[in-house]
Design a protein around this ligand. Structure first.
Ligand code: SF4
Ligand code: URA
Length: 196
């Protein structure tokens, strides 16, 4: 309907204003050691949001999520399922790189979480794909494990989630490539059904 373009412009504008806040944020100690903050990229009206853990070295230098080796692998796997970054919005639990890629601390995750909630509320994706245990446990708690729930649909507050192995796991252990690929196939099929 006629409101469509204005509504999507509003979403873009809201995402851009969050990104601007993130870029100068010093709400946790990761702000002191980052090169660039990495707010998120992609379509404001994406059907899928991917949520990773936090920026790595290449993301810290470029300000763009998932541009390093793990990101390039993810891109290839998305393309194989007929998905591309343009269909998706991609961000992380923490927006600044933890030194030496350590797991973000609870205080850092808590400090950064408002940005993530705001991004997800704006995009309103059909499904949120959680990449790895940090993203999974942020939403579902410490008792959850990717090994047990990857490729399944979890629902919380009427939002659908699909946890999958982090692509970095597949770089360390190539047997995960096939597992991630088949989970992404389920994700793509899920979106196909909702969009058609
Ligand atoms: Fe701010 Fe998040 Fe960066 Fe911490 S990690 S400084 S809360 S943007
Ligand atoms: N790993 C992540 O979790 N996020 C990125 O942006 C890159 C690598």
């Amino acid at each position: 309907m006629a409101l469509g373009p204005q509504v999507s412009d509003l979403k873009e504008t809201l995402l851009a204003s969050i990104a601007e806040e993130v870029m100068s944020c010093q709400n946790c100690k990761l702000g002191a050691t980052r090169t660039k903050a990495v707010p998120g990229v992609g379509s404001a009206y994406a059907h899928i949001c991917f949520v990773g853990e936090g920026p790595g070295r290449e993301e810290d230098l470029s300000g763009i999520p998932f541009v390093g080796q793990a990101g390039r692998l993810l891109d290839r796997m998305l393309i194989a399922e007929g998905l591309s970054r343009r269909d998706c919005y991609i961000c992380n639990i923490v927006k600044c790189r933890p030194p030496n890629n350590r797991v973000p601390e609870p205080s850092e995750v808590a400090a950064c979480s408002l940005y993530l909630y705001a991004q997800l509320a704006i995009v309103e994706p059909e499904v949120i794909c959680l990449l790895g245990n940090t993203a999974l446990r942020f939403f579902f708690g410490e008792q959850y494990s990717i090994g047990q729930v990857h490729g399944t649909i979890l629902v919380k507050d009427e939002q659908r989630f699909m946890p999958i192995y982090h692509p970095a796991a597949a770089l360390r252990n190539p047997q995960y490539v096939q597992v991630i690929q088949s989970d992404l196939r389920k994700l793509a099929a899920l979106i196909q059904r909702t969009v058609d």
